[in-house]
Structure formats: structure tokens, C-alpha cells
Write a protein that binds this ligand. Sequence first.
Ligand code: ATP
Length: 341
Amino acid sequence: MPAAAVSAVSVADLGASYGAAPVLAGVDFELATGELLAVLGPSGCGKTTLLRCLAGFERIEAGRISLAGDVVALPRVHVPAHRRQVAVVPQEGALFPHLSVAENVGFGLRRRRPGRVARIRECLALVGLAGLGERMPHQLSGGQQQRVALARAMAPRPPLILLDEPFGALDAALRTDLRQAVRRALKEDGATAVLVTHDQSEALSVADRVAVMEGGRLRQVGTPEEVYARPSDAWVAQFVGEADLLPVLGTTPDGRVRTAAGAVAGIGTGTRAVVRPEHVRLTQGGEGVTARVVDVEFRGHEHLVALELPDGTAVRARSLRAPAPGSVVTVSLTGAVALVD
Ligand SMILES: Nc1ncnc2c1ncn2[C@@H]1O[C@H](COP(=O)(O)OP(=O)(O)OP(=O)(O)O)[C@@H](O)[C@H]1O
């Protein structure tokens, strides 16, 4: 029998506070080697504090943190940051301005380490900056500087890389490009990483698993698909993606749930249906419930249509066409919706 694999990161019942104010409570998760976890939550929920506890910048008040099977934090035990060797990529790269790109990437590698130059070159290639080693940081764009910061973090092959809103300072188009580049680089190098973000599309598109945090607690930890399609509660449903919660009015003879927007297959049990805009089909006439178009938001590739159902319930739909505000359309539900209480 092979020995059970040791988690790269194990956090058990973690609690932390600043003075008398509790910030984290009962935080539990495990991370396998090579896994990428996104911690997703609104501003002030404790994401940065969690990273600081993992890195060793904060002491913990309850619970335990282990890295590769070694306990690094207990309420009375604190392995300092430099001995944990966890790498941090901050929001803005904080590169050394007087060092070249290659010297920045090699900063954590001992001068005489065999293969140092090759590892620097490899990390620059992993982040898509092959050939730019001789540049100075000010000769790079903001996105390129963040890539260098990631290469610098990866170079010594740390047991864990922490990324704190690494795309926060960049504009929208660049963020989308960079997040896939970051995911690719971490995966190709087999790095274990925790990324914090308040941006749900970022968390869903980058991570292997997402930990949804609110008020210092993890409400759900799961794959992006699980968190989106099977949210554990109403808060997660509405924080991760767009959702309208429609009361379940009963069940149909074939086992679907009835709502004010029509019947639909339900996943799990609960008193409310998590209806996302892609579940709502709009037609002109035909079978369904009539609804009034309240508002239409242009999204570039589609429209988000706000609707009012006959009983006054609000629901949103995705639509390629833009119905006129005030007009009446027919609504039906498609796919399968999660049920929550
Ligand atoms: N050094 C500190 N001293 C006291 N309170 C702090 C300190 N740092 C953070 N806090 C408080 O702890 C809570 C959690 O902060 P934290 O920075 O971990 O949240 P966050 O989720 O990372 O937020 P954001 O997304 O805005 O960065 C907040 O209420 C914050 O005001």
C-alpha cells in the first residue's frame, strides 16, 4: 500500500485576529502539490490576512497550518517567514528597479547554484518573456512586470506561491490575457499556489478549486464548476456569478420544480431555485410565462435583460437580441438549477 499523499498545504480550523477584532475563524482546506486555489471574497473578508498567515507574517490564534507535512503554525508555534520559504507575488510586482529582469528573476537563487542561469531562462520562458532578461524593469509594461514578479517567485521552486490580487492594477483586457498566462506558467512548472481575488470571473477561469470566503469564514471550497453550478448557499450563489433566487412553488409530476418563471430540473434540495441568466430563455409567444422587459444592459457579445414576472418577481436573462424595454416577452427555463434554502 502506498503511503497516503501528504498535502502541500493543510489548514485546519484556523483563527486569527487583529487585537480584539476576529478576522478569520474555522478556516479549513487542503491543497495537493501542483494545485492552484483561488480564495474569492468581497473586500475586507480576510483574504489578505489568510495569505499573511500562510506566509508567516501573522501569528495565528487557533488551529494549525502545515506545509508539506511540517507544522509551521499553531497558536504557540510560529515558524518565521524566512524559514517557510513561501513566495509572495504582491498586487504590484515590486521588482528591484536597479536590477535587470534576469537578476530580478535570479534574486532568490544562490549565486553559485549550478544551473542558475538555465533556471532564470526557463522561468522567463514560462511566463512568456524569453529574451527580455537584459531589460530593466522600467523598460517593461505593467503586465510584463507582473510576469517577471511571477518568474521571480517561481525560480527557487518554493513549496507554495501566494498571489495577492496579482492583476488588480491592470486594465481589463490585460488582466484576461495575463491570468491565462499565469495559470499556464504555474501548471507547467508544477507549482502549488494560492491566489486571492475579489473578481469571480478571475477565480473561476484561473483556479483548479475556489474557496469562497465571507466574513472571515470559508463558505464553500470546490471546483469552479461545483461552486458555480452547485453553490452551497444563497450567498455563494449570488456572489459567484449572477443569480436570481426564485421561491420553489411545488413540483411537477415528472419531478421538476415549479417557479414563477416556469418549471425546471432542480439539483439538490432547498426552498429557492438559483436561476442564472443562461437558464432563462426568451421567445416571442409560444409556451411559457409572459414577462415585461424592465431594462436591457448591453454586454458587447450579448444583452442582460431584466424582466418582471406576472407576480412581480424579478429575473434576468441572457439574450443575443435586445428586446425593447416595456415590451412583453415569453419566458421559460432550461437546463438544471441548483436549489438552496
Ligand atoms: N493591520 C491590521 N490591523 C487591524 N485590522 C486590520 C489590519 N489589516 C486588516 N485589518 C482588518 O481585517 C479585516 C480583513 O482584512 P483583509 O485585508 O484580510 O481583507 P481582504 O479580504 O484582503 O480585503 P481586500 O480585498 O480589500 O484587500 C478587515 O476588516 C480589515 O479592516
